[in-house]
Design a protein around this ligand. Structure first.
Ligand code: 13P
Length: 324
């Protein structure tokens, strides 16, 4: 059993308070390799940004919680060795059961998500409440979810076909009764590659800022989370397709809508897919350019600076540079 404080991590409490009243949002990045985690750390060192490292259920299957936490601990050490003190959270993304959350806390995670969004309202409250009681006893913060985002959280995960926007009245009741520290809501973002459908005139629809405003008015000071916020840059899709891949160009969440959300009650914005496609596009390109390579470092070393550029851009649109 590890305590996250021994690993140099913090929970989201103070981080979200500063973001809420400071008019910015904290970037939350999924990672699936050491190079990706290092690229995130490179970007936060350069910008002096707080950060949330997201570990998904698939990462648990790949590395296990114990190794994930140790790798992150090494990342925190890199920050300290650079002479900086930046708040870093290790967050369980989409914890699907109470037991899953317990294992994460026991291995040093400082924040967890219990995702009861597919359950009926009362069952979601009960599961969240039980998780909150356990987590708070360990000074770990809890994110819950109400409403449904369409799309799969990651490759191989079972996704939802339709989204169901969060009902502001239910959100208020959920927050009060569950005791969660933050709430992921559904206002039009989606997990994965398939996101926005352009209007018939070619313009893009706006996220449902009216729902967000309503919740912010009803529960002032309470941190809101947006999942499914990747932009799906045509640059990466084109590179993947030019180098042997075959994926469809879709329309992601425009940067200006994330900039707008960052100034509201939204204190955490999750980005996974943009990181995946940046790494994969550059890996395909580098392998094509180096057909005689026999060592995977030919791409692992060279994709890191490309991913760093992506994370620097995300930190810029979320406004978190210099906010550590
Ligand atoms: P994207 O698929 O838009 O990157 O969203 C990731 C996410 O919300 C992880 O929880």
């Amino acid at each position: 059993m590890y305590n996250y404080k021994e690993l140099g991590l913090v929970n989201t409490k103070e981080m979200f308070e500063k973001a809420y009243y400071g008019g910015y949002t904290v970037p939350a990045f999924n990672f699936i390799s050491i190079e990706q985690m290092n690229a995130i750390i490179d970007a936060v060192i350069e910008t002096k940004s707080p950060v949330i490292l997201l570990a998904s259920p698939n990462l648990h299957r790949q590395l296990g919680h114990e190794m994930t936490a140790r790798v992150v601990q090494a990342g925190v050490d890199r920050i300290k060795n650079a002479g900086l003190e930046l708040p870093v959270v290790l967050h369980l993304d989409h914890g699907m059961s109470f037991e899953h959350c317990v294992t994460a806390v026991e291995n040093g995670f400082s924040s967890i998500m219990i995702d009861g969004s597919a359950l009926p309202f009362e069952e979601n409250i009960a599961l969240t409440k039980k998780t909150v009681e356990y987590a708070h006893a360990h000074d770990v913060t809890v994110e819950a979810e109400l409403g449904i985002l369409s799309g799969a959280e990651e490759d191989g995960a079972e996704g939802h076909r339709e989204s169901m926007y969060t009902d502001p009245g239910m959100a208020e009741e959920f927050i009060q009764r569950s005791g969660a520290d933050s709430l992921a809501i559904s206002i039009g973002t989606c997990h994965g590659l398939v996101k926005m459908k352009p209007n018939p005139d070619g313009t893009l629809p706006e996220l449902r800022f009216d729902i967000l405003k309503h919740i912010q008015k009803n529960v002032p000071g309470f941190p809101i989370v947006l999942h499914g916020a990747s932009n799906i840059s045509p640059e990466y899709v084109k590179m993947i397709n030019q180098h042997g891949g075959h994926i469809e160009q879709t329309v992601g969440i425009p940067d200006d809508q994330i900039r707008k959300a960052a100034k509201t009650a939204v204190c955490k914005v999750n980005i996974a897919t943009d990181g995946w496609i940046c790494a994969l596009a550059n890996t395909r390109r580098i392998l094509d350019e180096n057909p005689a390579a026999i060592d995977s470092r030919v791409f692992t070393l060279k994709t890191r600076p490309e991913m760093k550029e992506l994370y620097l851009h995300k930190i810029d649109i979320m406004g978190s540079a210099g906010k550590a």
